[in-house]
Ligand binder design. Structure first.
Ligand code: NAP
Length: 286
């Protein structure tokens, strides 16, 4: 099996490469090797490497910066996805890519199911929804996994930022009115393997099990690391200086994932615990 990865140096791309290296000939690319906004480059890459599958991780993920740079966000998220999807369809390769809970408006009173109506609030959410539509419009063989609140060893993430600030003794105001579920990039990569092993296609949600707020996650992390929770205070999203609107509730239902794979995701506390042990053993946030 030949696997091409886009956005391979990102948070998820690195884990995908690690998760598939024992079962595929993997070519991992990032912006320097393959700019997905260039349709000819996408076609050339797929023609040249002839992958059986492309796992498309490249995306604009700076949610707040997207508000002031909507065109650059659209180009990468929508046109990038369309270009990869078209190249895959033309060459008969399976395309796997990723979506977000930010396509929902957060008014649901139960976990979002795959078929629930999208109503994105932010530029990032709108472009990710348009990317989904472009993917389906292309009509090739595909699997789209929606996820949320990702953390992992590659690059920056909320947990690492909170730890670094707390270790510097900074006080932290964190949103206590957004509900979601943290997801370890390593668990998501394993979930993609499970889904592909079960022959999944179409749209499937995946995150850890359980739910919390950003404030709840921050408090949990500080407590586990023996840092003073007094540094933390809960805040309302509207009082925080973030330009992008976010869904107040974005929990994703894992029912379909469970039904397809027979596997139940682990609780977020366990996944966060493993990640904290990993970065502690590397001295990562000192
Ligand atoms: N992170 C989350 O919490 C989260 C939540 C829900 C869904 N997702 C989705 O999961 C997927 C993976 O996200 P992630 O967090 O791993 O993203 P990420 O860490 O931002 O990685 C994206 C990678 O794509 C690269 N890239 C930028 N422009 C490119 C271009 N024109 N061509 C090719 N590569 C380019 C980036 O390089 P630079 O770093 O140099 O820009 C980066 O290495 C995305 O579809 C994202 O929307 C993420």
């Amino acid at each position: 099996m030949r696997l091409l990865i886009t956005g391979g140096r990102g948070l998820l791309g690195k884990e995908i490469a690690a998760a598939f290296c024992d079962r595929a000939e993997v070519r991992s690319t990032d912006l320097e090797e393959l700019d997905v906004t260039n349709p000819a480059a996408c076609r050339r890459e797929v023609d040249g490497f002839r992958p059986d599958m492309v796992i498309h991780c490249a995306a604009w993920t700076a949610v707040d910066r997207a508000e002031s740079e909507p065109e650059r966000t659209r180009l990468l998220n929508v046109e990038g996805t369309r270009n990869v999807a078209r190249a895959c369809r033309e060459r008969g390769a399976l395309m796997v890519t990723f979506g977000t809970d930010y396509i929902f408006d957060g008014t649901s009173s139960r976990p979002y199911r795959e078929e629930d109506a999208a109503n994105p609030l932010s530029v990032y959410g709108k472009t990710k929804w348009a990317a989904e539509l472009a993917l389906r419009e292309e009509g090739g063989d595909h699997l789209l996994v929606r996820t949320q609140w990702m953390f992992g060893p590659a690059g920056r993430n909320f947990i690492r930022t909170i730890l670094e600030k707390a270790r510097r003794g900074e006080t932290l105001r964190v949103a206590s009115d957004q509900v979601g579920c943290p997801t370890f990039s390593r668990d998501l990569a394993a979930a993609v393997r499970n889904l592909l092993g079960a022959g999944a296609r179409g749209t499937v949600h995946f995150s850890s099990v359980g739910e919390t707020t950003w404030f709840g996650l921050a408090r949990h992390v500080l407590e586990r690391c023996g840092l003073p929770a007094a540094l933390l205070s809960p805040a309302q999203t509207r009082d925080l200086p973030y330009p992008a609107p976010r869904p107040a509730y974005g929990v994703l239902s894992k029912e379909k994932y469970r039904a397809i794979t027979g596997v139940s995701p682990r609780p977020w506390e366990e996944a966060v615990g493993e990640y904290l042990e990993m970065i502690e053993s590397e001295g990562g946030t000192r």
